[in-house]
Structures are given as structure tokens and as C-alpha cells.
Design a protein around this ligand. Structure first.
Ligand code: ACK
Length: 992
């Protein structure tokens, strides 16, 4: 046996090395390095293995077993451990640390020297008694253990000692305990430590569930499924599970627990919500701060209780803010005529934090005074008094009262209520007004007369209202098509007792009624008056020139809007009209037999469909004798020659200013045809906002096209020269003119393709007219046009993406261009997209960028521009929609007051834009959701503004007579989205 001092010193050093690495998924059954007392292991024979116990620096024992009978043959030395309890183990691991000497390093050893030893085990239920004889055959072999490293010798002859660590699996073990045995057959071994352990998955908390210590299966390929138990104050969502793997690792977490009400997760635990916060629902959410006007004083609150004077309605969720009854309605006024008494008020200042505000109207008759006390005696009003729409639960801020008695003092109490009214002891929120029915008299607006009517307009007047309780603010004229039975009504205001109502349909009977707005509110409406517009004549559109003047008073300044509708001046060209009528008839029979659109508008005929284009010129343009033309000066240059101004004097007619486009000499036939092509297009149009063709000179040189003269020239240069000089309303008037012209062209089926401010001409009255009808030629001619990938020449900045990409021109691609023209107008002729290259314009449009609102641009107008620039062409408005939207803006100039620059955040791309409604009246709204049939129901129930419908509930919808469930749903969901939009708009200060 080797037991030199050097070797023992080495062993003492090992004592500090062989401590337990302390892994948490191991349960140690035996560790010889931690046993403080005697190990009491047995050796057979007694002089085989040698037990040595040394003390380390900390005075802890180091138990070592050595054997080294390498010189003697036939060695069979056994070392047996004490009895080791199995505990929960099923598979046991034995970790041995030892040194084993290399036989070659031992001088003079014969063949008896070995370099391995054997590990055995024996399972028993109980420890063997001391008397039990050691029988090697009782032990089962685990393995032969060899050294990875052994004593070796350096070149200098020093021995280097290496420590081996070997782990063997023992088992499965099933009895209560077992022994280990080490057999030496002639090696030189120092067994430094023996550690016996088994693996288990240690108890853990995952997803708020606790999983206990778990021993893996003996079969290393199968997992143990373990169900977790929720931590305190948590509840199961899905059964929490983990699987314990053979190596003591937890695998595959499934299911989870969540914190119960009043508790929230923190550091793997469910902690109680602090006072001032609450959690009403179980789940892994945080505790929330108590909503407004509520508080919680205890830990783990599941609800915050309302502060004094604040309540929650039964239908309110326990998580919403507490609210209180509203304050009283304001500005309660009464108006009376001979049959009806109207009460109007404005909503209370304090809505109590709720949106479900309703009003109840209570009535008392206070006729006499008590003889003794002198106190006014009041009694409930007569039960047959009729309230329209009803006395209680009103959602609008007005009510009409019928069947009242005359010469009576009525006192009306208007109560504001909301979902929490009546829940506490708060006083009722009342506003009172006393009405003396002596005042009842005739309607305040006298007889309404028709002064004149044209195809599209009717002028009305009525006597100035008299005997009004307070000053007149203005008159409101409501009108609708009689046949439509009030399905769609419009209204306009005027300061004078007269108005010209425009935008009407020819040969149509309209119903009008008028009321007065005074400082104290509205009077009753006048009776209905029915007047018809003039009949339509396809060629003689209207008689004379009508100037429509709408005066509007906005916030203390007056704006004069001049919308001049030029209609064909007759007489001047009677013969010409007759000549055209013939060709018109011919054309219709030839190209569109029997096809005249219902609006009575003609259909455009492409001159290219004529075999001989000269024939198209003959058909649509009048030949003018050149001697009638007096050229005065050159005003510009066109592609084919100069543009001049001059006068046209047709005998028997007043001479007129004209512009004359000339075809320069030396042209080839194709150029002549291209030049005259524009005349054959223009000659088909007859609209006050389309440049009018006077005629052509083709039978002599130079060939000329003569058109009406537009004093202010092209719109873009005109605006640039007059930067900042117009009111918004004047600019809108210009846009309206262009929209009228474009509506006409699109109705005729003509696609312009080059709509841009440079192609709009402006006359001395600021009337804008669409010009430049060259189509393909125009695009060649236009300096803005650039070649596209498809080879066409296109004015990129003005053109819709689908037209640039695939040449898909349509009336809605013209709408895109119209949006750009709007932008040019509002920016006084700024170049769209400034100095960006055409390529960059195309890319940025594709990425969703759109021109921002020019300085001083009303939100409504930029909103309309963005609609025109919808990427999806079918989502763009049609020209008639654009036109009616502009008309509504003009009628409600307050809608132009909010400028984009005033808003904090305003989208600059149609993609980012909330769905702003492109409508202003209830009628428009119902049209937009295809529920037009209910216009009457809304109007009859007193819903006249979008604001008033925004608070409607399902019950209100039922109450006004909408019975089909599908329709109720459609209307309600539209109201809900409208409510959001109105809220958004009101937040940004935009008036509807
Ligand atoms: O901006 P402008 O003065 O308006 O310069 C151009 C120029 O001719 C070349 O087209 C002007 N122009 C074209 N047609 C007319 C017209 N009918 N009346 C007045 N000017 C016109 C245009």
C-alpha cells in the first residue's frame, strides 16, 4: 500500500475540491465529503482496503479509501458502503472521485498490477445485521471502472496526480435501501469521495401555479405529467401543467392561473390592489386607478365606490366613472303662433359627465292669484295638450305644443335628466318659462311669392316680418321636391325677405316654407308654397343671364358670394341654333339612336368616330365669315399658332369680345385636322362653365377657332398675379364653377384628361370655365405632360395614379385632377408638389403621400381634396357629389371657418383620414346609408341636424317608426360611427 506523506498532503487538498456542486434538481442520498463522523464502511478482507480519515483546514474530515497491492497476485479486496436509504429515488446515480496509479509508473511490478476496479450493489429492505456474512455473490455488478487519467510522470521525474470522476447509474432501485461495494483486483486506488444521488424536478412556480418536487420516471424516454395548483388569490384559466423530464428538468408548460378580482400579478404572486385602485375582473391585468369621482379605501378592492353626490346608473359598468345629474337646460325660449307653441333650449353646461341626456317638459297653468295670500295659483295643465314629438324623454332640444287654450299663462318646466337623475337626493335640473297665449297670432312670415323661375332657379320674396319680439337675424327657407315628399330637403338662409334658390331641377315642382330667426329663436314656418321651375329646352337652356347673389353673415363679417351662372344668350345666334338642332338630331339618330340620358343631357360624340374629321367640324362648329372677325392683339402662343384677342361682329347682333386661335401657315393636313378637332369637341358643349365656341374659319386662311373672350386669362397665372386677394368664399365660388363645368362634361361622357388650373379660363366676373379640349393633342401640347412608362404623354402632377400607370382615364381620374385644381386655387397658383421631380411625385403618391392643405385652407376643402385623391378610383366622389358638397359649404359658410392650420392634428393622406362624412344634412346622411325612405320619420320627429341624431338610441329609432330590425341596426350603427366622427370633428373645432 502507498501511503507517502506527499500523497496524504495531496489527499487533504482534494478534500476541499470534492464538495457538492449543489445542483437543485439532484437529491443527495450520500456524500462522503460531508459525513462528519466515522463512515463505518466494511472491508473484506480487513487488510485489503485501507480507510484513512484526515482533517482539512476547516477541521472537516476527509474520508479516503486506498488499496495498492500491486505486487501480490490474486487480489480480491472488497469495500462495502453503509446502508443507503433509497427515499423517493427510482434511478440512482453514483459519482466516484478517485485516483488510479499507472502500472508502468511503478518500478518492478510484475503482471499482477491492475488499472481498474469494479462497482457492485445490493438492494435490501432493511440494513443487514452485523452478523451477516459478506458474500460477494449477493452483489450485482454495475460496471468496471477504469481511470481516464492516472499517475503519470513528467520528464523531470515528478509524479503528477490526476483526479478521475466517473458517474454510473444504478438501478432501478425498488427496495427501501441498498449497499454499494467496490472490488479491487490488484490496482493502486485512492477512492477520494463517493456521492449517491437521484434526480428530481424541483418544486417551482410557473404561470401563477405551484408545481411540487417530482421524481422522473425510471424510463428515461417518458415524461411525468404534473398538475399545478394556483398560487393564493389566483384562479385557473386552463389547467396548469408541466412535464418532468428524466434529467430533472421541467418541460412543456401548459395552461395558467390568473389573479383573482382585487389582485394583480407581481413577481410571480397575486398581490392585493392598493387603496385607491381596484380590479373588477380576474385576469392578468394591473389594478386600475379608481375612475373619476369614485374611490376605494381598502386593499384588494374589486370596485371603487362613488363619491358623495355621484352615481352609477344600473346599466353602467362598475368600472366606469361615477356621474351626476345634469345642470338645468339653458336659454329656454318660447315662440307662439296661432296654432303651435314652441319651446327651444340649449343643453345644460354640466352634463354630469354623461351622454344619455334627455329632457322632460312639465306644464302648469298659473292663471289666478290666491285671494288671501296673493300667491299665484298653479295647477297641472289640461291633459289633452299635445306635445310633438312627446313631453318626456326628449332627445332633441325643442318641442312643439298644440291644442293649448288662449289667454292662459302656461308655465313650462324643462327638466334635463340623465341616467343617474333620481338616484340621489339632488334637486331637479329645471329651466322655466311662462307663456301667455294671448300672443298667439298668425305665422310671422307673410305670403311667399314667386318672382321668377328659370330651369334651375326660383326667386322668392315675402313681406318683411313684423311685430317680432326681438330683432330679425335672418330668414330660413326650406324646400324640397314635391314628388319626393320631403325625402330630401334643403335649406338656405337670407338676411333679406327674398332669395334666389338655385341648383333646382327643370320642370319640377318644389315646396317652400320660410321662417324667421330672431335673437329669441325661430318663429313658426309659413304655410307650404309650391312653385315649379321652368321647362327644359334641350337647346335653349334658359332665358337671359341670372346673377345669383347670396349674402352670408359669418361671425361678424359679411361675405358676398357671387355665383354667376351664365346661360346661353339667345337671340344672338338663333340661326346658328337652328342649324345645330338639325345636326344634333342627325347625330343622335346616327350615333345614339333613341339614347338621351334621363337628365336630358346630350351625349358627347368623339370626332374620331367620323371617317372624315372635317365632317365633325362641319356638324358641331359654325363657319364664320372671316370679315366678321377683327383681330386686335396677340395674347399668347398655342401649339398651332398665335392666340389673339379681338371682336366678332355678326351682322344683326351685338359685337362681342373673342379669343381667336390661329393655325400657322405651312401646316400639313394632319395638323389642320388636329387643330380643328378641338372645335368639333367644344362645339358640342353648352354650359356656362365650359368655354363657348363661337365658330371656326376653315374656308380661308388662316384657319381659326373663335371662342368667347375671357378677360382674366388662364386661372393659374391669374391667381399667381392676385396672390391672397380673394376671400375663401370667392375661391370656393371659382371651384364651384369648375365643378359645374366638369359635372356637365362627365354627364356627357367626356373625359378631359388635362384638367389643370392652366386650362381653366377666368372672365371679368371671376367665372371659371373649363377649356382646352384637345385630348391627345392637348397632352402633346401641354408643357407639363411627360412620357410615362407606357409611352403616353401625361401631365403627371395632375393625373390619377391609375391613369399614369395603365392609361386608365375616366371621369373619376378627372376628379383626381379636380382635387389638384382645388389645391392650385387655394394656394393661389402654386405648382403642385413644388419642385419635386415627376418620378418622386409618382413614388410619393404610391406611398400614400398627398398634398398638404395650403395656408389658410378650410378643413372641409382639404378634406374634399383628400377624397378626390383616394387611391381607389371608385372611392372618389363623383363630380355631382363634389358640386353639391361645395354648394352646402357655400350655404353654410361657417363650415369654412376652421382652417387646417388651426387643428392640432390633421391627416394629410386619405388613408389616415377618419371617415369624415361628406354630408351636412340628415337627408344626405340617410342617402349615404341607403335609408332615404326614412327622411320623413326623422324630420317629423324633430331631428333636423346631425348633432340631434347623434344621441339617438335604439328606442328612439323605434319610436320614430322604423320597424324593420335590419334597418334599425343599420341606422344605429351609422349613428354610432357618426357620433365618433362628430366628436372628433367637434374636438377639432370643425362645425357641422
Ligand atoms: O394666361 P393667358 O392670358 O390665357 O395666356 C394664355 C394664352 O391665351 C395661350 O393659351 C390665353 N387664352 C386662351 N384662350 C383664351 C380666351 N378664350 N380668352 C382669353 N385668353 C385666352 C391664355
Amino acid at each position: 500500500m502507498c501511503s507517502s506523506g506527499k500523497y496524504l498532503a495531496f489527499l487533504s487538498l482534494l478534500g476541499s475540491i470534492v464538495s457538492d456542486p449543489g445542483t437543485t434538481n439532484r437529491v443527495v442520498l450520500l456524500d462522503t465529503t460531508t459525513v462528519l463522523g466515522e463512515l463505518d464502511w466494511k472491508t473484506y478482507p480487513v487488510n485489503g482496503w485501507d480507510a484513512i480519515t484526515e482533517m482539512d483546514e476547516q477541521n472537516r474530515p476527509i474520508h479516503t479509501f486506498q488499496v495498492c497491492h500491486v505486487m501480490e497476485p490474486n487480489q480480491n479486496n472488497w469495500l462495502r458502503s453503509g446502508w443507503i436509504q433509497r427515499q423517493a429515488a427510482q434511478r440512482v446515480y453514483v459519482e466516484l472521485r478517485f485516483t488510479l496509479r499507472d502500472c508502468n509508473s511503478i518500478p518492478w511490478v510484475s503482471g499482477t498490477c491492475k488499472e481498474t476496479f469494479n462497482l457492485f450493489y445490493l438492494q435490501t429492505e432493511e440494513p443487514l445485521s452485523a452478523a451477516t456474512r459478506f458474500r460477494p455473490t449477493d452483489y450485482a455488478k454495475v460496471d468496471t471502472i477504469a481511470a481516464d487519467e492516472s499517475f503519470t510522470q513528467t520528464d523531470l521525474g515528478d509524479r503528477v496526480l490526476r483526479l478521475n470522476t466517473e458517474v454510473r447509474e444504478v438501478g432501478p432501485v425498488t427496495r427501501r435501501g441498498f449497499y454499494l461495494a467496490f472490488q479491487d483486483v490488484g490496482a493502486c486506488i485512492a477512492l477520494v469521495s463517493v456521492k449517491v444521488f437521484y434526480k428530481r424536478c424541483p418544486s417551482t412556480v410557473r404561470n401563477l401555479a405551484v408545481f411540487p418536487d417530482t421524481v422522473p420516471h425510471t424510463d428515461s424516454s417518458s415524461l411525468v405529467e404534473v398538475r399545478g395548483a394556483c398560487v393564493e388569490n389566483a384562479e385557473e384559466r386552463d389547467t396548469p401543467k408541466l412535464y418532468c423530464g428524466a434529467d430533472g428538468d421541467w418541460l412543456v408548460p401548459l395552461g395558467r392561473c390568473v389573479c383573482s378580482i382585487g389582485h394583480a400579478e407581481m413577481d410571480g404572486d397575486c398581490r392585493a390592489c392598493k387603496p385607491g385602485s381596484f380590479k373588477a375582473y380576474s385576469g392578468n391585468t394591473e389594478c386600475s386607478k379608481c375612475p373619476s369621482h369614485s374611490s376605494s379605501h381598502d386593499q384588494a378592492a374589486t370596485i371603487c365606490h362613488c363619491d358623495k353626490g355621484f352615481y352609477r346608473a344600473i346599466k353602467d359598468s362598475s368600472t366606469v366613472a361615477c356621474t351626476r345629474p345634469p345642470s338645468a337646460p339653458r336659454n329656454l325660449v318660447s315662440l307662439i303662433n296661432d296654432t303651435a307653441l314652441f319651446l327651444q333650449w340649449t343643453p345644460p353646461i354640466d352634463t354630469g359627465g354623461r351622454e344619455d341626456i334627455t329632457y322632460n317638459v312639465l306644464c302648469q297653468r298659473c292663471d289666478g292669484r290666491d285671494g288671501d295670500s296673493g300667491v299665484t295659483q298653479c295647477e297641472p295643465c289640461e291633459p289633452d295638450l299635445r306635445f310633438i314629438p312627446r313631453p318626456l324623454s326628449l332627445t332633441a332640444t325643442s318641442v312643439a305644443i298644440l291644442d293649448f287654450a288662449t289667454h292662459v299663462n302656461y308655465t313650462f318646466h324643462v327638466e334635463a335628466a340623465n341616467g343617474v337623475s333620481g338616484l340621489g337626493v339632488s334637486p331637479r335640473s329645471l329651466a322655466n318659462v311662462t307663456v301667455n297665449t294671448n300672443q298667439a297670432g298668425p305665422a310671422l312670415v307673410g305670403v311667399v311669392r314667386k318672382d321668377w323661375a328659370s330651369q334651375n332657379s326660383i326667386a322668392l320674396s315675402w313681406p318683411e316680418a313684423e311685430k317680432l319680439p326681438s330683432e330679425i337675424v335672418d330668414y330660413e327657407v326650406k324646400y324640397f321636391e314635391k314628388e319626393q315628399e320631403q325625402l330630401s330637403y334643403s335649406s338656405t338662409r337670407t338676411k333679406n325677405p327674398s332669395v334666389v334658390v338655385t341648383g333646382l331641377r327643370p320642370s319640377t315642382v318644389y315646396v317652400f316654407h320660410v321662417r324667421v330667426r330672431t335673437a329669441a329663436g325661430y318663429t313658426a314656418y309659413s304655410p307650404n308654397y309650391e312653385f315649379a321651375t321652368a321647362a327644359e329646352d334641350p337647346d335653349i337652356s334658359d332665358q337671359g343671364q341670372v346673377l345669383v347673389v347670396v349674402t352670408a353673415s359669418v361671425g361678424g363679417f359679411s361675405l358676398l358670394v357671387i355665383l354667376t351662372l351664365f346661360l346661353l344668350i339667345t337671340g344672338r345666334c338663333q340661326g346658328y341654333i337652328k342649324a345645330r338642332m338639325k345636326s344634333e338630331e342627325k347625330r343622335r339618330t346616327r350615333f345614339r339612336a333613341g339614347h338621351v340620358p334621363f337628365s336630358g343631357i346630350k351625349t358627347y360624340v368623339d370626332p374620331d368616330t367620323y371617317e372624315d374629321p372635317t365632317q365633325a367640324v362641319e356638324e358641331f362648329a359654325k363657319e364664320i365669315d372671316p370679315s366678321y372677325i377683327c383681330i386686335e392683339r396677340v395674347i399668347g402662343a398655342g401649339e398651332f399658332g398665335e392666340v389673339c384677342s379681338g371682336r366678332l361682329h355678326i351682322p344683326g347682333r351685338m359685337d362681342i369680345a373673342v379669343a381667336i386661335k390661329t393655325l400657322k401657315g405651312g401646316y400639313v393636313e394632319q395638323q389642320r385636322r388636329d387643330f380643328l378637332r378641338e372645335a368639333s369637341i367644344m362645339g358640342q358643349f353648352d354650359n356656362p362653365n365650359i368655354i363657348r365656341l363661337e365658330g371656326v374659319v376653315t374656308r380661308s386662311r388662316p384657319v381659326m377657332i373663335v371662342v368667347e373672350y375671357m378677360e382674366n386669362g388662364a386661372l393659374d397665372s391669374f391667381l399667381r398675379a392676385r396672390d391672397g386677394q380673394f376671400t375663401v368664399l370667392q375661391l370656393v365660388g371659382m371651384m364651384r364653377g369648375i365643378a359645374v363645368g366638369m359635372t356637365y362634361l362627365s354627364d356627357m361622357g367626356y373625359i378631359h384628361r388635362d384638367l389643370a388650373a392652366r386650362n381653366i379660363l377666368v372672365d371679368e366676373n371671376l367665372v371659371c370655365k373649363v377649356s382646352d379640349f384637345g385630348m391627345s393633342r392637348v397632352l402633346e401640347d401641354d408643357t407639363e405632360a411627360a412620357y410615362t412608362a407606357t409611352g403616353g404623354k401625361i401631365p403627371i402632377r395632375w393625373t390619377a395614379p391609375e391613369a399614369i400607370a395603365y392609361g386608365k382615364f375616366s371621369s373619376v381620374s378627372d376628379v383626381w385632377s379636380y382635387g389638384i385644381v382645388m389645391w392650385e386655387v387655394m394656394s393661389y397658383g402654386e405648382r403642385p408638389y413644388w419642385e419635386m421631380s415627376n418620378q418622386d411625385v409618382i413614388l410619393s403618391i404610391d406611398e400614400g403621400y398627398r398634398l398638404p392643405a395650403p395656408m389658410g385652407c378650410p378643413v372641409t376643402l382639404h378634406q374634399l381634396m383628400l377624397h378626390c385623391w383616394q387611391k381607389e378610383s371608385n372611392q372618389r366622389p363623383r363630380f355631382n357629389t363634389v358640386l353639391s358638397f361645395l354648394d352646402k359649404l357655400i350655404i353654410n359658410p361657417s363650415s369654412l371657418l376652421t382652417l387646417v392650420n388651426d387643428l392640432q392634428s390633421y391627416p394629410d393622406s386619405p388613408d389616415d383620414m377618419p371617415d369624415y362624412p361628406l354630408f351636412i344634412s340628415i337627408g344626405d346622411w340617410l342617402d349615404s346609408i341607403k335609408m332615404s325612405q326614412y327622411k320623413n320619420n326623422f324630420l317629423a320627429a324633430g331631428y333636423t341636424t346631425l348633432d340631434s341624431i347623434s344621441t339617438m338610441s335604439l328606442d328612439d329609432i323605434r319610436r320614430i317608426g322604423i320597424c324593420l330590425i335590419g334597418h334599425q341596426r343599420r341606422i344605429l350603427s351609422s349613428i354610432q360611427s357618426l357620433r365618433l366622427q362628430l366628436h372628433h370633428i367637434q374636438q377639432s373645432g370643425f362645425q357641422v
